[in-house]
Design a protein. Structure first.
Length: 248
């Protein structure tokens, strides 16, 4: 019975409470995001983006600050401050990496508020949200709408013509998942069709686990996006870009 309720809730989340953003911009967009924010993403990932003159989106769980996850050292408060000062976007990933499809509404609300309090204490802006595990329900989507300007899921697909800004799909950028040729074709398709591709990964290190990328892989995708003529923007700035294009 519980699994049926979850399936109905997921169906409702996919098809209702949408906030549709049409794409009519002169160029396609590629965004790079990092979940849980391991220290290597803050250092190696951010540095690679900055070297190319672009910025990324970092989805933070306050409860992982100064902790170790999957054998990876996570961010510190100081490095979150540095990311913000360098022009990167910081987003919410719940405080405790909560599975939003399984947790009830009150649990999710409490955890979101706890993470918002964490950001307020650090005097850091918080614009968007990414569902941990890409898992969401209708209730959690409604909560995301009440707290944030957008919400990102997983989904492993690109967006064309438009998207629901409270269920933005993203493509996993994990070592060994896709060949460089496949990634190049994906990026070129986004450029040609003027769509939007959001990548997400975790650690950025020369020996990543199954949820991370090497610096070489990230560098390749950044360079390919720029070479293909795409705009490389944070998720927040990509939404602004498409909104401005719609109004012009």
């Amino acid at each position: 019975m519980q699994s049926l309720i979850r399936r109905i809730s997921r169906f409702a989340a996919r098809h209702f409470a949408k906030s549709w953003l049409p794409f009519h911009a002169p160029r396609g967009v590629v965004s790079f995001s990092f979940d849980d924010v391991p220290l290597s993403a803050c250092e190696q990932g951010a540095a690679l983006l900055e070297k190319h003159g672009v910025r990324g989106t970092f989805f933070v769980c306050g409860g992982l600050t100064d902790q170790t996850e999957q054998g990876q050292q996570c961010h510190s408060e100081d490095i979150l401050q540095q990311l913000h000062l360098a022009g990167h976007e910081l987003g919410c990933h719940t405080f405790s990496h909560t599975h939003c499809e399984r947790a009830d509404r009150d649990q999710i609300q409490t955890d979101l508020l706890r993470n918002q309090d964490f950001f307020k204490r650090l005097q850091l802006p918080l614009s968007g949200f990414a569902f941990p595990f890409g898992a969401y329900s209708f209730a959690s989507k409604l909560l995301a709408r009440s707290h944030f300007g957008y919400a990102r899921i997983t989904g492993n697909r690109t967006m064309f013509n438009g998207a629901d800004v409270y269920a933005l799909p993203a493509m996993a950028l994990y070592e060994g998942k896709m060949t460089q040729q496949a990634l190049q074709a994906l990026i070129q398709d986004v450029a040609h069709r003027k769509g939007w591709l959001i990548f997400y990964t975790h650690e950025v290190t020369h020996q990543p686990g199954q949820w991370g990328a090497t610096p070489e892989l990230l560098r390749f995708c950044i360079a390919e996006a720029i070479s293909a003529g795409c705009e490389v923007k944070t998720i927040r700035d990509a939404i602004l870009y498409f909104e401005q294009a719609r109004r012009s």
